[in-house]
Write a protein that binds this ligand. Structure first.
Ligand code: FE
Length: 390
């Protein structure tokens, strides 16, 4: 936790904001948070997620940053957020944003598909100012369907590396999740593991478990492989995965991880935060994490990393307020808690990871721009279909 000196001429207003922040943080600490994202295919087992004490800034620090930083000194009209992320994860942060800026927020939660349909149906009359969801593939879809407008924020550009932002400036990542390899340490040594492509090797026959290809996370992973290896080689890899399956594809990552723990399979691919949620509930969970595609050579492309993120809705009548909220969520003040709230990684460099994530060790991330996951989504879906990946 960093120490920030309080300015001696702190105003009464600042003290009042401090009190509000302290109260809202106590509330968010005390609340048992259900962190399951709203997902199209799966229903995840909700898990408790109490924000780690070590990751919460002092009110003094938050207020110091808020009063020193111009972009958060102006209060705008109510920002209406259409969000597919879990309300218990997002609402405490929105409360902090309002306490900091004076800008009110209305949160409307549903799955990303229905939210996009709703925005299209509402057209120019949509109350939505900001769209918040997971996966660059989903954000890209919203942009493709004409639902977003350019962010136009130098602050976001400074906070978020370009590879985690839309190539057209239509959306930005706000947190990171790794999609990597998990294994049963009773049957597999880390030295047996290397890359996603290696899971197609016949040595894994009857040992691999995968989630359904209908989930956007796998579409994004395969999109990244097409980008790196080309379609032909990627199709061979995916066919190899299918040939190695130990069980029919799973409806969600949590069930797949539990199948590794139960011995049904030896290896699989999942998003890091699902593993984090299970570990928080059960620190003795036997499955281990392996960072894919590290090391040297042509296949050492780095572990596949995706984003959760947001964009400003094209028909918004409060662009300045929506931009302020996205800027705030990308700021140091919000990043640590936003990421740790669901066992994700901060998107802003230099912001601390949670204790659990640090325990998994550092890894090299894939460097391709996440926009590619959307651009190649249709190609990836067709390829997986051809390869028999259900
Ligand atoms: Fe998820």
């Amino acid at each position: 936790m960093k120490l920030v000196m309080q300015h001696p001429s702190r105003s009464a207003l600042t003290l009042a904001v401090s009190a509000i922040l302290a109260t809202s943080m106590l509330a968010s600490c005390a609340k048992t948070e259900e962190t399951a994202e709203t997902e199209t295919v799966e229903v995840d087992t909700p898990s408790d997620d109490v924000v780690e004490e070590a990751n919460i800034d002092t009110p003094a620090e938050q207020v110091a940053e808020a009063t020193d930083a111009d972009p958060f000194a102006t209060a705008y009209d109510t920002v209406t957020v259409y969000s597919s992320r879990n309300e218990q994860l997002i609402q405490p942060l929105l409360d902090q944003f309002t306490a900091t800026t004076g800008t009110p927020v209305e949160l409307i939660t549903d799955k990303e598909g229905p939210l996009m349909e709703r925005m299209k149906a509402e057209g120019a009359n949509s109350p939505a100012d900001m769209f918040l969801t997971v996966d660059a593939g989903n954000l890209w879809q919203a942009g493709e369907q004409g639902l977003l407008q350019p962010l136009g924020s130098s602050l976001v550009n400074n906070n978020v590396p370009a590879k985690y932002r839309s190539a057209d400036d239509l959306w930005t990542g706000l947190s990171l999740r790794a999609r990597t390899i998990f294994y049963d340490p009773n049957d597999v040594s880390p030295s047996d593991l290397s890359t996603y492509a290696d899971l197609a090797d016949p040595k894994w026959k009857g040992k691999l478990c995968l989630r359904t290809s209908k989930k956007v996370y796998n579409q994004s992973l395969v999109s990244s492989m097409i980008e790196h290896y080309g379609a032909e080689k990627t199709e061979e890899i995916v066919k190899g995965w299918v040939a190695n399956l130990a069980a029919p594809v799973f409806s969600n990552d949590t069930k797949m991880l539990e199948a590794i723990a139960s011995g049904q399979c030896d290896v699989g691919i999942a998003n890091s935060y699902y593993y984090g949620r299970i570990l928080e509930e059960n620190p003795d969970f036997s499955v281990k994490i392996f960072w894919a595609n590290q090391g040297e050579g042509a296949e050492a492309t780095g572990t596949h990393v995706n984003v959760s993120g947001a964009g400003i809705v094209k028909t918004s009548d409060n662009v300045a307020g929506a931009r302020q909220l996205i800027e705030w969520l990308s700021s140091e003040q919000a990043q640590e808690e936003y990421a740790s709230g669901d066992k994700e990684y901060p998107v802003k460099e230099g912001v601390d990871e949670s204790v659990m994530l640090r325990s998994w060790g550092p890894f090299k991330q894939d460097d391709i721009n996440v926009t590619v996951f959307g651009q190649r989504q249709a190609e990836a879906t067709q390829l997986m279909d051809r390869a028999g990946y259900e």
